[in-house]
Design a protein around this ligand. Structure first.
Ligand SMILES: O=C(O)CCC(=O)C(=O)O
Ligand SMILES: [Fe+2]
Length: 368
């Protein structure tokens, strides 16, 4: 059966299936390409033992609080690779504005208008949904699609920023994304400095290793899904750059993988906190810190009732930058654990092999 043709309504001109019209078509079962194999399906657990990721208040003024904040950052980075920050300096009205404008684009813009911004390759800017990577039907049948549409913006360096390629609706969309980009850059710098200091490094150490930020902002929209136990909004992955700053609306869905006692990993749902920003360490920070801090594996689950929105701001090195563990963290008793990698090669391998879990960074681990 040609499954592509059996759901004609939601396939756009360039052949990419958008999830939102599919969800709105009132189907009671998801098409087969969205069904996860048994081992990656979300297992719904009763929340008898709620566990929250660490919450760190960045408003320290006296030296004693600064020392304990650095200590909290160190343990959050070691144990989770993720933490919430409050009093982060980003105006709360701007967090509200980007959630509002992002949601308005997805819910109030007609599809014909959205498709003016359609992007057709995974790395390009614009309105997208996960695509089948090949034109080979058999191979396509083996792939699983995410229950998600998104808009990706190239925001920094300024030479990559062209707001004409972003939605015109709602009217403050472009200005909001540009202001949000600038604020997130400042916060990412502040956080990389604190993360460096929490390892006893000079404040600029990790930022120096990353170099000028290549920043992308992805607004993800997860429509309600009729079969949440069979699907994922976004498959499990770690982000490939240096540091990701994420906000969500009030609908739960993001989960982080927490390694537990006895080597048992558990998915923990990240509680939506409207004023907080979630920090996710990404793969290049794991390499730079020689594995002292690990990147955070995460995924998004779906729900049957409410659409969910998140805004992820990625800060990556330039493609030409060589990433390696910093010399300050290497000595005889703690040798380099990762081989050097040119960031562009890392990205290429990610797009070739796919994001599943953390297998890309695992390929760089040196034998001890
Ligand atoms: O929607 C979310 O909360 C996660 C988004 C994400 O992980 C990503 O875009 O890389
Ligand atoms: Fe991610």
């Amino acid at each position: 059966m040609n499954v592509h043709r059996s759901y004609p309504m939601e396939v756009s001109e360039e052949g990419i299936r958008r999830v939102q019209p599919l969800a709105q078509s009132g189907l009671s079962r998801v098409p087969p390409q969205y069904i996860q194999p048994l081992h990656t399906r979300p297992v719904f657990h009763t929340r008898t033992e709620p566990r929250n990721i660490p919450l760190i208040d960045l408003s320290f003024f006296d030296p004693t609080r600064r020392a304990s904040t650095l200590e909290s950052i160190a343990s959050a980075c070691r144990d989770w690779g993720a933490f919430h920050v409050t009093n982060h300096g980003v105006p709360l009205s701007l967090l509200g504005a980007i959630r509002r404008t992002g949601r308005a684009f997805f819910t109030d813009c007609p599809m014909s208008e959205k498709l003016r911004y359609a992007c057709s390759t995974t790395a390009s800017e614009g309105y997208g949904s996960k695509m089948l990577a090949t034109s080979d039907q058999q191979q396509d049948d083996a792939q699983v699609l995410d229950w998600r549409d998104y808009f990706d913006h190239h925001t920094l360096p300024l030479s990559r920023r062209n707001p004409d390629r972003w939605p015109e609706f709602p009217p403050d969309y472009r200005d909001t994304v540009a202001r949000y980009s600038d604020e997130m850059k400042i916060l990412a710098q502040k956080l990389l400095a604190l993360i460096s200091e929490s390892l006893g490094l000079r404040a600029s150490c990790i930022e120096d290793a990353v170099g000028e930020f290549y920043q992308n902002i992805t607004i993800s929209f997860y429509p309600p899904c009729p079969e949440p136990d069979l699907t994922l909004g976004l498959q499990s992955h770690s982000d490939i750059g240096a540091i990701t700053l994420l906000i969500q609306d009030d609908v739960e869905g993001l989960q982080v993988l927490k390694s537990g006692d006895g080597g048992v990993d558990k998915w923990v749902t990240v509680e939506p906190l409207s004023d907080a920003v979630l920090v996710l360490l990404a793969d290049q920070t794991e390499i730079i810190t020689n594995g002292k801090y690990r990147s955070c594996e995460h995924r998004a689950i779906t729900n049957p009732d409410r659409a969910r929105l998140s805004v992820a701001t990625f800060h990556d090195p330039a493609k030409t930058v060589k990433i390696s563990p910093v010399s300050e963290l290497i000595d005889e008793s703690s040798p380099a654990k990762y081989r050097d990698v040119v960031y562009g090669d890392y990205v290429l391998s990610w797009y070739t092999k796919g994001p599943e879990g953390k297998r890309n960074i695992d390929a760089l681990v040196l034998d001890s």
